[in-house]
Design a protein around this ligand. Structure first.
Ligand code: C2E
Ligand code: MG
Ligand code: MG
Length: 292
């Protein structure tokens, strides 16, 4: 049972709203059964292409539909998944589910939409992620060009030699590797130079007090310049206001993401979310290919 309210009609709970007594053993107990009981869902948040003024793809975000507590956010349960190794089966379910959704979009005529999947460190390190993704893509007859995997810089930098090899493998087949939440880890630009990632996502904490004259503008501006000089596409996350949209566009961001465009929504609500967009944004393109 989920309460209907809020912007996209769902009450969504983060950790601050849960009573603390549930969070230890009970959480783990419920979590171990969640996969077999089909309680996980992927919700989708649009990515907006600045130059083409269109939604070109989505990021898949994990949700847990708890029978008593409603829709739970990753902040509630992701740390437990990661600490117990449960992230492997759940994360692999998410990869499969995301590719299934891409296939479904194709059938509905959205052959040009791309999809980004978040990958945790254990998923990246404890299995052959390249082989897993190749197998899943071919099972759903999908081109690797339509898929992006998002890794944090910490995940990417740990075991750098192995990461490099994997990044090269993905680049060879045209699957995009993206560095997520950039600016929250070491943010070592020199190390970044060695990582052949095609996309950089600037963490949403930089968007908070961003104004024409703020320190964050200078930081974000230099991140964008350096990323562009390395041939990376830059995505700004956490865009909530038109002022932020204007600034990040002016600074040269290639793509924007945030509640201004849409919060993450369940797949059946995507059409409604697209039609609620604040300005004249297109959701399909016949001419231009997705960001490359
Ligand atoms: P992330 O990949 O950095 O995702 C962005 C987070 O920011 C999402 O939180 C999204 O709902 C939120 N967000 C988007 N736009 C706005 C905005 O305008 N304002 C604000 N305040 N927040 C915004 P969410 O969905 O709670 O996910 C949290 C994290 O959980 C993700 O961060 C990602 O690292 C992880 N995660 C989510 N889904 C998966 C998954 O399927 N697998 C793995 N391994 N990790 C996942
Ligand atoms: Mg992400
Ligand atoms: Mg992020």
């Amino acid at each position: 049972h989920v309460k209907r309210n809020g912007r996209n009609g769902w009450a969504v709970y983060g950790d601050a709203m849960l009573d603390s007594s549930w969070q230890g053993a009970h959480l783990l107990q419920d979590l171990t059964q969640a996969l077999e009981r089909n309680q996980f869902e992927l919700w989708y948040q649009p990515k907006y292409h600045v130059q083409e003024n269109r939604i070109y793809g989505f990021e898949a975000l994990l949700r847990w539909r708890h029978p008593k507590k409603g829709i739970l956010l990753p902040s509630v349960f992701l740390p437990t998944l990661q600490n117990t190794g449960l992230i492997l089966p759940v994360g692999n379910w998410a990869i499969d589910q995301a590719c299934k959704q891409l296939r479904q979009w194709s059938k509905e005529g959205h052959d040009d939409w791309t999809l980004s999947i978040n990958i945790s460190a254990n998923q990246f390190e404890q299995q052959n992620i390249y082989e897993l993704l190749c197998n899943t893509l071919s099972r759903y007859h999908l081109s690797p060009l339509r898929l992006t995997i998002e890794l944090t810089e910490t995940t990417a930098m740990r075991g750098l030699d192995r990461s490099l090899q994997i990044f090269h493998d993905f680049n060879r087949i045209g699957l995009t590797v993206s560095i997520d939440n950039f600016g929250t880890g070491y943010s070592n630009m020199l190390l970044l130079q060695n990582l052949p990632a095609r996309e950089l996502k600037i963490d949403r904490s930089f968007m908070k007090d961003i104004r024409d004259d703020s320190k964050n503008v200078k930081i974000v501006s230099s991140i964008i310049h350096i990323a562009h000089s390395m041939n990376m596409n830059v995505v700004a996350e956490g865009i909530e206001t038109e002022e932020q949209q204007r600034l990040l566009t002016q600074l040269g961001c290639d793509a924007l993401q945030g509640s201004l465009f849409s919060e993450p929504v369940p797949p059946q609500d995507i059409d409604a979310a697209l039609s609620r967009m604040p300005f004249n944004i297109h959701s399909t393109s016949t001419a231009a290919p997705p960001i490359s």
